[in-house]
Ligand binder design. Sequence first.
Ligand SMILES: *Cc1c(COP(=O)(O)O)cnc(C)c1O
Length: 412
Amino acid sequence: MAFLNDNYLKLKAGYLFPEIGRRVKVFCEANPEAAKRLIRCGIGDVTEPLPPAVVAALHQAVDEMGARPSFKGYGPEQGYDWLRGAIAKHDFRDRGIEVADDEIFVSDGSKCDCGNILDILGHENRLAISDPVYPVYVDTNVMAGHTGAADDSGAYAGIIYLPCTPANGFIPEPPKEHVDVIYLCSPNNPTGAVATRAQLEAWVKYAIEHKAVILFDAAYEAYINDPAIPHSIYEIPGARECAIEFRSFSKNGGFTGVRCAFIVVPKTLNAQTQSGESKPLHPLWLRRMTTKFNGVSYLVQRAAEALYSSAGKAQVKALIEHYMGNAKVLREGATKAGLQVFGGVNAPYIWVRTPVGVTSWQAFDKILGDANVVITPGSGFGSQGEGYFRISSFNSRANAEEVARRLQELKW
Ligand SMILES: *Cc1c(COP(=O)(O)O)cnc(C)c1O
């Protein structure tokens, strides 16, 4: 008999969102009237339609594909030059950050990139991952066999968890011990925290001293309001020698259903071979992409390019303002309700402390049952998330206002 990948059996079987779905279904079946007023602030998916500049670019690209002279077959696996160039210019060089066009690799999503990057990293790396965290970082390492089994709290042997708490502003400090690969996410999902320049400088210093690689997830960089907060890890001197950055069009352009993202792999970033030789990672990622990927569709790359047009930029700005307006309404509503609130200023997520003695899942059930609102229990993002819940501001303004109102009516 063929062997399966045993590592998959170690996974805490996709517990969080299926369990939320199950509880919501049970509640709605038992309370059909309440179900009609249900508002979902759970899963981190955008709600507003695509920017008009994107829609126009898609229409035009479809017409090109439908005519013999402008039809396109396979494109370059790592992305068309015009898109890589637009990204490198607008997101980096125009902001004074050194990134070359060919250091950009276009993909069909950051989630895939986060998992795929493990292809070019060794199996013996010591991993540091923040807690609570976007579950993809942990689960992809479990699948790749980089961990032992999970304990009762859901923590896997072999991962160094970095607790994110109010004491450190939910941004972890570098650990005392040595690690080789570090996952950082700022602005953060789920806590809505952002790393300051000084905090990122400390991480880059650590990574250079330890010859470690930082995997920096900046999927929510467009939500940063505070001009002092870095949008890219490459704003920190030295980061080109120690960091890979993940970006996505999902949360700025509303591309969660369109699918397009990119990573930056600087040509100056090295890691070591089994024999201890220092070699660049860039050629390995290029080789991985050209072997295992056939590129993002022409249509989608044209759609992504349109986000960098002046109309596209203005429309993205309006989308972000819409969601951040919701974040403000939700923050204020939760604060007036007497809850302790974090995040939601430079990120679309509000991280809320449950009232004393109430667990994350108890808060979930209470808010579902009494306010008919779906939130995400913090414990689903890691053991340090216990005692918190996440409210997403991806919604209509009317829904955000209604949720803010209902939170204030809740009697705990
Ligand atoms: C939504 C999100 C992404 C984007 O994923 P895509 O696959 O590009 O849609 C990446 N990282 C985090 C933390 C996210 O929440």
